[in-house]
Design a protein around this ligand. Sequence first.
Ligand code: AHN
Ligand code: ZN
Length: 338
Amino acid sequence: MKKIFAIFSVVVFVLACGPKHSPPPKKPANDTPQHNQSGNITTQALGNAPYFSADSAYAMIEKQLSFGPRIPNTKGHVACGDFLIARLKQFTPDVIVQNTTVTAYTGEALRIRNIMAQFDKKNSHRIVFFAHWDTRPFADRDKENPKQPVLGADDGGSGVAVLLEIARLLHLNPPPLGVDIVLFDGEDYGDAGGKPETYCLGSQYWSRNLPIPGYYAKYGILLDMVGAANARFCKEGWSLKYASSVVEKVWNMAHALGFGNYFIMKQIDPITDDHYFVNTLARIPTIDIINFDPDINPAGFGDHWHTRKDDISIIDKQTLHAVGTTLMNIIYTESYNL
Ligand code: AHN
Ligand code: ZN
């Protein structure tokens, strides 16, 4: 009996203490093979990237739409800006708001805010992501309601939403390089028949007045209209002129992950978007991921572009997934290469 009790005690002791001394080995994050859209196995040696939630990004588009159109000098615009600042502050203490007034081509004075969130701000090895958070004041490509505002689920909302989801993931799983997220204001108040510089007023101001003296990043990536079903991202002219190696890196990454149906291996003419001013004024090599394919749609952009159709119904989580997953793998392979 004594013997049995002794054995029993030892077993209890071992069971009680064992796990504390020898915890089960933790599985490395890249241990599980991942299946991509084409069914190929990709190991996370590709990037070790935390999982991008398209559901979370989608919810962030819905949240932006809940403020109504985000047109400078309106209540909805101010409320959405306040929300974006508060949301980014959940993930980093280093949020810089650049407040200014710019003059639109209409002569109106627009009160705008560029919002910049820094992750690991002391790190000298950095990359930066951009999107615009304002929406166009008129749906001038809409045949029925050209004077009504654009709702901007895709045009504005989608890029911001992808970056807010990336911000959440950077907070949960800090990479060993610095990342900045800049949300430009005043992008879409431009003159459709006029000069391209009438657009991108926030990015022009930011690029001429960097909120951090001497700010530099190795490269930048702009997201513009990255949420529509069957989006097609081609290699855009200014991106190739100023940052061709970044274009190749991103498109190759997308293909390796099985997103070749979105990232098309085709060159298109330059589009003067926020990245043009970041390249030429701030001199940060920056590409544009923008839904534009002249061979599919003569206008280039999707049918919903600058119409009342740019609402939540044109958003597809698969597109958000493709863009978000590609960018997460860019960030975390960049880390891997340090
Ligand atoms: C021009 O139409 C000159 N540039 C496209 C910029 C833009 C508007 N991106 C979204 N909306
Ligand atoms: Zn637009």
